[in-house]
Design a protein around this ligand. Structure first.
Ligand code: SAM
Length: 346
C-alpha cells in the first residue's frame, strides 16, 4: 500500500491532526481547503511509513523535525518577484494612463528577458508561455479595453487629478504578501516611474500575511536566486546588492525599496490591523486557492470594508469571483481585476 488514494483519514482524525499541527505551528489549517491539506499530510505519511492517521499523529508528537518537513515544500508561502509579470504591466499601464504619460515615454523594465525565463523554466513550459504571450499581443483583447472604459472613475485616478498632497496618497495593500516579493515588486515599479515622471503622486504600500516567519523574512529583505527568476536584469541590478554564496547569490533589497513597504503579521479573515484604512488598490493573489468557502466569504467582507469606493481588487491569473460578487464587478477578465462600486457600471 504505497499510494495516496489508499490512505483514508476520517473527519474526526483529520480534526485531531489539524489541532496538533496548530499547536505546533500556530497556523490554523482549518482555513484551507481540505483536499490541499490532506494531500500534504498523506504524502508525508508515505514518506515516514505511517499508514494510519493515528500512526502519523504519534510520529508528529515525538519527532520535532517532522513539523519542519511537513511545512517544507508545502507551497503555501511560495512566491517570487514579478510573479505573472503581465499583471504588473497592466497595473503600470493604468498608472501611466492616469498620469497622461504614453507607454513609449518611459522605460518600463518590468518584463524579464526571454533568456532569463528560459533559464528557470523547462523548454516546454517556456514554449507554451511564449505562445500565450504571442496570442495576447496578436489578438484584440476585450478585457483590456474594458479597463480603459472604467479608468476615469477609479479612486486612484480621482486622486491623480487632485493636488499632490498627503490627503491624496494612493494606498495599496498586498494581501497576502508571503515573504515580501509582491509588495517589493510594486514598490520597484512605482519607484522606477517616480524617477521618470515629474510630480509623481505620493503612495503608500502596506503588506500583510498570517505567517510570522514569512513576515520576518520580508522585513529582512534577503532573497535566494529562486525569488529572482522573473525579475528583469535592470531591476535586479538597480534595487539589489548581491553576495556570492556556495549555491548562487544572496540578493539583498536596497533600503530605498525596503522602506517603502510596511509589513504586518495578521490573519486576514479576522480583520486588518489598520482598522480605518481604505485602499485604492488591493492585490490579493494566490490566497483563495487555500481557503474553504466560509473563510473566503469572511475574507471578502474584510476586503469590502477596506477597499475604497471605486477601488480595485486584483486577483491575478488563477483566482476569480466570476463576473461579480456583491459590490465587486469584474473589469478585466484576463487578470481578474474587479472594481468596487455601488452604482451600475453602464
Ligand atoms: C502563495 S502565497 C501568495 C503570495 C503572493 N500574493 C503571490 O502572489 O505570490 C499565499 C500566502 O497566503 C498566506 N495566508 C494564508 N492564509 C492567510 C490568512 N488567513 N491571512 C493572511 N495570510 C494568509 C500564507 O501564509 C502565504 O504566505
Amino acid at each position: 500500500m504505497s499510494h495516496i488514494e489508499n490512505i483514508i483519514i476520517d473527519e474526526k482524525d483529520y480534526k485531531i491532526l489539524l489541532e496538533l499541527l496548530k499547536s505546533k505551528t500556530g497556523l490554523n489549517f482549518h482555513y484551507y481547503r481540505r483536499n490541499f491539506i490532506e494531500k500534504r499530510i498523506k504524502s508525508r505519511m508515505i514518506r515516514v511509513n505511517c499508514w494510519t492517521s493515528k500512526d502519523y499523529y504519534n510520529y508528529l508528537t515525538v519527532n520535532d523535525n517532522e513539523i519542519k518537513n511537513f511545512l517544507e515544500g508545502f507551497t503555501i508561502n511560495y512566491t517570487f518577484f514579478f510573479r505573472d509579470y503581465d499583471v504588473f504591466e497592466t497595473f503600470q499601464e493604468m498608472f501611466l494612463d492616469g498620469l497622461n504619460v504614453r507607454k513609449g515615454e518611459i522605460q518600463s523594465h518590468i518584463r524579464p528577458s526571454s533568456q532569463k525565463i528560459a533559464k528557470f523554466r523547462s523548454k516546454r513550459h517556456y514554449a507554451r508561455n511564449q505562445m500565450k504571450l504571442n496570442e495576447v499581443s496578436s489578438k484584440p483583447d476585450m478585457s483590456y479595453i474594458d479597463i480603459f472604459i472604467f479608468l476615469d472613475r477609479l479612486s486612484f485616478y480621482q486622486k491623480l487629478k487632485k493636488p499632490r498632497n498627503e490627503r491624496n496618497t494612493i494606498k495599496i495593500w498586498s494581501c497576502p504578501c508571503a515573504t515580501g516579493e509582491e509588495p517589493y515588486s510594486i514598490a520597484m515599479i512605482l519607484n522606477n516611474l517616480e524617477q521618470q515622471i515629474p510630480n509623481f503622486p505620493p503612495y503608500k504600500i502596506v503588506a500583510s500575511d498570517i505567517a510570522a516567519e514569512a513576515i520576518e523574512k520580508a522585513k529582512m529583505g534577503i532573497y535566494s536566486d529562486e525569488s529572482m527568476k522573473e525579475i528583469s536584469d535592470y531591476f535586479e541590478w538597480k534595487y539589489f546588492t548581491k553576495k556570492k554564496v556556495q549555491f548562487g547569490y544572496y540578493n539583498t533589497i536596497k533600503d530605498a525599496i525596503k522602506n517603502k513597504v510596511e509589513f504586518i503579521q495578521e490573519d486576514v479573515t479576522k480583520g486588518h490591523a489598520k482598522s480605518n484604512e481604505k485602499y485604492d488598490i488591493i492585490f490579493c493573489r494566490y490566497l483563495f486557492i487555500y481557503f474553504n468557502r466560509e473563510n473566503r466569504h469572511q475574507f471578502l467582507k474584510i476586503i469590502d470594508r477596506h477597499l475604497a469606493e471605486n477601488g480595485l481588487l486584483i486577483l491575478g491569473k488563477t483566482e476569480t469571483l466570476f463576473d461579480s460578487f456583491g459590490t465587486l464587478k469584474q473589469i478585466d477578465s484576463r487578470n481578474h481585476i474587479y472594481i468596487k462600486t455601488h452604482s451600475k457600471l453602464f
